[in-house]
Structure formats: structure tokens, C-alpha cells
Ligand binder design. Structure first.
Ligand code: ZN
Length: 251
């Protein structure tokens, strides 16, 4: 039998998905550290959001907070020199003919995982947790399940240490991601923890491509019309509708 995994490194950007992954890791592992990559994003809002989320989780979920270890921010400015996208330059966000948004940096996620594994090796962490998902972002080839499996093998061989790449969101949609957060919060031992975690994600995580924190919706802050906002809004609406359905007495 494989040895039990007890420690994890979460690729944590401060968005809805990676915050749900963080809760997943905190519910499951004894020690959890976090990592993010700074590659000159136009909006430092994301990087601020992650610190706010870490603080709130520590305050609202003390048992989880006790497991939270170091937070790492790795400078990846070099990505700016191999990309020409609206995330790193002042060009407008648009969809390319390939069906991928022009924010796409080829193979970016491979680089993230490689650096995360190197960090995990140094920190003695066994599991890499990432919020990649085929359901909503099937256009990103570096987020696919097969890519993750190949990376797990490549990293384990290349560093001569067995890494597990965990992708809790791989096969679920955004509505189910909200439901997963609620479920994790509910089982956290904190009274009303399910709603508390959903509220925390709504208020403190950031998803909008345009970095809009001026407009508050039921699902959180954002411009409301970029693809990331649309996805988040649609997911939240689906989640809320399911909750209301469940709350109705059985006929
Ligand atoms: Zn937006």
C-alpha cells in the first residue's frame, strides 16, 4: 500500500477555483502550503485577493488556519517575454481564431507545475493540488487530465520523488465547484461553515479578467461581462437554483 499523504502544496491564485482547492487540501491534509506566480499580471488585485483569502480562512476556520503553512510567491516575470497577451501587455482581451483567449500563454501550466514540484521537493510536501478543469476550460491543453497525468510521471521521474498531482475540480462545472466549497465548509466543524465558506469566496476571491473590484454582484466582484465573470455568474446562478430546489419540501 502507498504511504499516506499528509502534506500538500496548493497552486493558489486567489480565485474561486484555487480557493476551493485550498479548502479541499485543508480538509484532507495535516500541513498545507500555498504558492502563486507573479508574472507581471496587469492587475495585482489577484495577488491581493489571495492574501485576503488566506487571512479570512485563518480567522474564520481556525482548525484549517492551524494547518496553513508558508505562502510562497515566485517571480515569473520571464513569462512576459514569451507572451503577448492582455494579461501582460496593454492589449485588449479577445478570443483568437484558435478558440483560445489571447491571454493564453502556451504551456504556462506546465511551467507552474514544474516550479511547484521543485518547491514541494525542497519543502517536503507530497501532493500538488491544482484547480485545473476540463469541464469549463477544455480549450487549454495544459489543463487537461492527460497532461496532468503525464506531468505527474515526468516530475516524479525527473526529481526521483513520488509526487501526486491532485485535481479536485477536473470533471465538475462551476456550479458544482460552489457546491463543493459549501460541502467542505459544512464539514469543517465551524457552525454554518458551509455558508461561511461560500460567502468568503464570494467576497474575497477574484476572477474577473479586467480586474474590476468596483462592481459587486451576488457572485462577487467583477465587470460582469468578461468570459471569467460570465462563467462565475452562471455557475453561481446554477448553484443557487439547486440550493433553492433542495430547500423545497418534497412533493
Ligand atoms: Zn470580468
Amino acid at each position: 500500500m502507498a504511504p499516506m499523504h499528509t502534506t500538500a502544496l496548493v497552486l493558489f491564485s486567489g480565485g474561486q477555483d484555487s480557493t476551493t482547492c485550498l479548502a479541499h487540501a485543508l480538509a484532507r491534509y495535516e500541513r498545507v502550503e500555498t504558492v502563486a506566480f507573479d508574472y507581471g499580471q496587469r492587475h495585482h488585485i489577484e495577488l491581493d485577493a489571495r492574501l485576503n483569502v488566506l487571512r479570512e480562512i485563518g480567522q474564520q476556520f481556525p482548525a484549517w488556519g492551524a494547518k496553513l503553512g508558508e505562502d510562497h510567491l515566485l517571480d515569473l516575470a520571464v513569462l512576459g517575454s514569451v507572451s503577448d497577451t492582455s494579461l501582460t501587455r496593454d492589449t485588449a482581451f479577445k478570443m483568437e481564431a484558435s478558440g483560445l483567449p489571447n491571454t493564453f500563454v502556451p504551456g504556462r501550466n506546465l511551467l507552474f507545475l514544474t516550479l511547484a514540484a521543485a518547491l514541494a521537493y525542497r519543502r517536503g510536501l507530497q501532493v500538488l493540488v491544482t484547480g485545473v478543469c476540463e469541464t469549463d476550460y477544455s480549450g487549454y491543453p495544459d489543463c487537461r487530465d492527460d497532461t496532468m497525468k503525464a506531468m505527474q510521471i515526468a516530475l516524479s521521474l525527473g526529481m526521483d520523488q513520488r509526487f501526486l498531482i491532485e485535481t479536485p475540480l477536473m470533471w465538475i462545472d462551476k456550479a458544482q465547484t460552489w457546491a463543493m466549497a459549501r460541502d467542505l465548509g459544512q464539514k469543517s466543524g465551524v457552525p454554518q461553515g458551509g455558508q461561511a465558506l461560500v460567502d468568503l469566496i464570494v467576497e474575497h476571491t477574484h476572477t474577473c479578467y479586467l480586474g474590476d473590484r468596483a462592481h459587486r454582484h451576488a457572485w462577487g466582484y467583477g465587470c460582469g461581462s468578461c468570459p471569467a465573470c460570465e462563467l462565475r455568474a452562471k455557475g453561481y446562478a446554477g448553484f443557487s437554483a439547486n440550493l433553492n430546489k433542495a430547500a423545497l419540501p418534497a412533493a
